[in-house]
Design a binder for this molecule. Structure first.
Ligand code: UT7
Length: 326
């Protein structure tokens, strides 16, 4: 059977660190509140002029190098992002240009924090169907540019970064066992950037109303996230004939420590089996899973043939999971 397999990962985080203490000077918040409610201590912020494709390029370069694959060999580049370089062309096309991946088809998927797993779903389908051979799957975000730095309810949450994975066919038992993607557009208004599109085009009015920034109904989102993530984790495992104790590692989207802990508790996973790095990077939306996965690989937390569960939840609403035999 032909399935897809991640053969390498890479990630890139901008150097500049913004701590909770820095935020205390910007809005009415405290390190104590942020730490207790989210688990975040600091986040990385891109420098002015850096765009999502610049971070994606650094992460992709490393992933390709580790895979021993040249940019010219890549057949497809699929980028998950909600903070792309421009409304169009796609950030994937900018990335293609930077890499010199002249033989690739390149496009973005917009599924907010589930973006990397949606992109993996497309890559997995391309590979299973025999349409493509070597695919670069990327999550990249510069959320600092769409964050309202005067809104304490959102500005403490987000950060910038990118992660990439090289996906190729596998003919043995290792690889992506299943990817599951879900959407519910009736809850679109829980997280959105209302301005800058055809609904509320960019204008001095839209800017004065701060519509070009992320708006989130955090508490409502929190409740749906906890319920949904537990549900997809169990369904994904069951579909593959597995139970939570079979997992070597859970790599969840890094939105909130309390959401991650709630999922881990319901799956009865000890904390050694759960990747958590949001204390250092905050919520990097589509980039959070590939960054966390890359860290887990580099620090030796994943061994060959381990079962790994990835799961995410975000704007749309969208949610997704992927079970991998590494
Ligand atoms: O990644 C995509 C998906 N996103 C998520 O999954 C995010 C899900 N939501 C969350 O992580 C949490 O809801 C938040 C961290 C965003 C908020 O935590 P919460 O426990 O749900 O707090 P809340 O929104 O219910 O606010 C509680 C209080 C409010 O004050 P009052 O009305 O009780 O007086 C807020 O005004 O905390 C206040 N507050 C703050 N206080 C200090 C909100 N933000 C801050 C802040 N510093 N930064």
């Amino acid at each position: 059977m032909r399935r897809s397999r991640i053969i390498s990962t890479g990630s890139f985080l901008p150097e500049k660190v913004l701590t909770n203490a820095d935020l205390e000077k910007m809005v009415d918040t405290s390190d104590e509140w942020i730490t207790e409610r989210t688990g975040i201590k600091e986040r990385r912020i891109a420098v002015h002029g850096q765009a999502a494709s610049d971070l994606a390029y650094e992460a992709s370069r490393v992933a390709l190098e580790r895979a021993g694959i040249s940019a010219g060999e890549v057949n497809a580049i699929i980028v998950g992002t909600i903070s792309g370089d421009m409304p169009f062309p796609s950030t994937a096309c900018f990335l293609q240009d930077k890499l010199g991946a002249s033989n690739a088809v390149a496009f973005d998927v917009n599924a907010a924090c589930s973006g990397f797993l949606y992109a993996l779903y497309v890559a997995d389908s391309f590979i299973k169907s025999g349409l493509q051979e070597k695919i670069l799957v990327v999550g990249t975000e510069i959320l600092s540019q769409i964050t309202d730095w005067e809104d304490r309810t959102t500005c403490v949450l987000f950060g910038d970064g990118a992660g990439a994975a090289v996906v190729v066919p596998s003919y043995d038992d290792r690889g992506v066992l299943s990817v599951h993607i879900h959407s519910d557009g009736t809850m679109w208004d829980l997280i959105s950037v209302p301005g800058g599109g055809s609904r509320n085009p960019a204008s001095s009015d839209s800017i004065n109303q701060r519509l070009h920034y992320i708006k989130m109904k955090g508490n409502e989102t929190f409740k749906v996230a906890v319920r949904t993530l537990e549900d997809i984790a169990l369904k994904t495992l069951a579909q593959n004939g597995l139970v939570p104790s079979d997992l070597a590692l859970l790599v969840p989207h890094q939105a909130n420590q309390r959401i991650i802990q709630a999922t881990a508790e319901r799956l009865k996973l000890p904390k050694e089996k759960v990747v958590m790095n949001l204390d250092k990077y905050g919520n990097t939306s589509a980039a959070s899973i590939p960054i966390a996965l890359d860290e887990a690989v580099r620090t030796g937390r994943i061994r060959e043939r381990d079962y790994i569960l990835l799961e995410a939840f975000g704007g749309g609403l969208t949610w997704a999971s992927a079970l991998i035999k590494w």
